[in-house]
Design a protein around this ligand. Structure first.
Ligand code: HEC
Length: 126
């Protein structure tokens, strides 16, 4: 019974994932390169290192504005967002539309594949 349910869940996950984008489009190593180009100037990928922005170590699944010791804007802290893949996808496309008033002065990563790759990379930071 349990295994039938698990199989069902896996299938559902595969279907909903496939609908959003093909799994092959996500490439964490390509994402690491995008991260260096677009994000590393402000964000560290290791725990506890603060830059202009908070460390992104462990960011996937983290509620917005909750890293100890980083001074966030109220806009971020009160956004009510949790950085799951879907929310990161919206945010990284247009940060200031998703969190109006954020001090993340990054115009956004408009390329869908590059964004998916960066998110795949962020998911490895744990
Ligand atoms: C010019 C500097 C800068 C760049 C470039 C930048 N960020 Fe940020 N980022 C920030 C700052 C500052 C904050 C805090 C924003 C706030 O408190 O409103 C932030 C916040 C975030 C958050 C929310 C973290 C949390 O703990 O709530 C995520 C996720 C994030 N950035 C991801 C990225 C990614 C991925 C990239 C590259 C695609 C990127 N950022 C590029 C400065 C930057």
């Amino acid at each position: 019974m349990l295994s039938v349910r698990m199989a069902g869940l896996a299938l559902m996950a595969a279907v909903s994932f496939g609908a959003a984008r093909p799994a092959s489009a996500q490439d964490a190593s390509a994402g690491a390169k995008q991260f260096k180009i677009h994000c590393a100037v402000c964000h560290a990928a290791v725990a506890g290192r603060k830059g202009i922005g908070p460390s992104l170590f462990g960011v996937v699944g983290r509620p917005a504005g909750t890293l100890e010791g980083f001074h966030y804007t109220n806009a971020n802290k009160t956004s009510g967002l949790t950085w799951d893949a879907a929310t990161l996808d919206r945010y990284l496309k247009a940060p200031r539309e998703v969190v109006p008033g954020t001090t993340m002065t990054f115009a956004g990563l408009k390329n869908d594949t590059q964004r998916a790759d960066v998110i795949a990379y962020l998911a490895t930071l744990k």
